[in-house]
Design a protein around this ligand. Structure first.
Ligand code: PGA
Length: 260
């Protein structure tokens, strides 16, 4: 059974105080919903305050990145090892990091492996850009990104990996990909790629999320697709009402899995 996931990626939003206040406000608003893994990813600066505010709760804390070296001369970076005891997840390979910070498939792979070594759950983002999409190259590109990200990851590690399919053209644009197309990419390409690497059983067990302009009013269509296990959410995760609505929709639309 795959437990659905709603992960809020706050990107470079919210001060430390705002992040902690949000976390405290979120808890009562989602308390009634069972069976959905809920995660927030504040800035590095706010991680400790948010972790403190959420301690003992059902909401997990994620970093937005994690460097693969445990320490070293990497100005501005935070290592997976340093996140221990603060975060339980790390978003790896977000398209904004690939675009702005020169993140490569090779570094994504190193970070995924470092996250696993440090007992973090990597939320690994993959996605095609508009040019690839319009050229009909989505599946080839996504499959290559998945294979690169998971190189040398042992089958046992896959029980902790979460993948997120985030078409670059859908992120922050209000132009979400249709649920049918996302279902086809995740079911027909990502799970097939996983099956080729790890066999059918693991391919069916790995959680794969969709991300890209997810909002309460389009969430139900994604949850109605068997292949989609939840969402990695930017804009709509910045607002308590929208975030809790997304958790509620995931709980309602995947009730069988919710009782897993
Ligand atoms: P968005 O961002 O929901 O604002 O499109 C998604 C993401 O970047 O993970």
């Amino acid at each position: 059974m795959r437990i659905p996931v709603i992960a809020g990626n706050w990107k470079m939003h919210k001060s430390v105080a705002e992040s902690a206040a949000f976390a405290r406000e979120l808890l009562p608003s989602i308390a009634e919903f069972d069976g959905v893994e809920r995660i927030v990813a504040p800035t590095f600066l706010a991680l400790t305050a948010v972790a403190e505010a959420l301690r003992g709760s059902s909401v997990g804390v994620s970093a937005q990145d994690a460097h693969f070296e445990p320490q070293g001369a990497y100005t501005s970076q935070v290592s997976a090892a340093m996140l221990g005891g603060i975060a339980s997840y790390a978003i790896i390979g977000h398209s904004e990091c690939r675009a702005w910070l020169g993140e490569t498939d090779e570094r994504v792979n190193l970070k995924v492996r470092a996250a696993l070594t440090c007992e973090l759950t990597p939320i690994v983002a993959v996605g095609e850009n508009l040019r690839q999409n319009e050229a009909g190259a989505t599946n080839d590109g996504i499959s290559a990104q998945v294979r690169a990200a998971l190189q040398f990851v042992e089958p046992a590690g896959m029980s902790r990996v979460i993948l997120a399919y985030e078409p670059v053209w859908a992120i922050g644009t209000g132009r979400n990909a249709s649920a049918t197309i996302v279902g086809d990419v995740i079911g027909g390409c990502i799970r097939k790629t996983l099956a080729g690497l790890y066999g059918d059983k693991i391919a069916r067990q790995v959680r794969v999320l969709y991300g890209g302009s997810v909002k309460p009013d389009n969430m139900a269509q994604y949850m109605s697709e068997e292949a989609i296990d939840g969402a990695l959410v930017g804009g709509a995760s910045l607002n308590v009402e929208d975030f809790s609505a997304l958790v509620g929709i995931a709980a309602r639309e995947k009730p069988v899995r919710s009782k897993a």
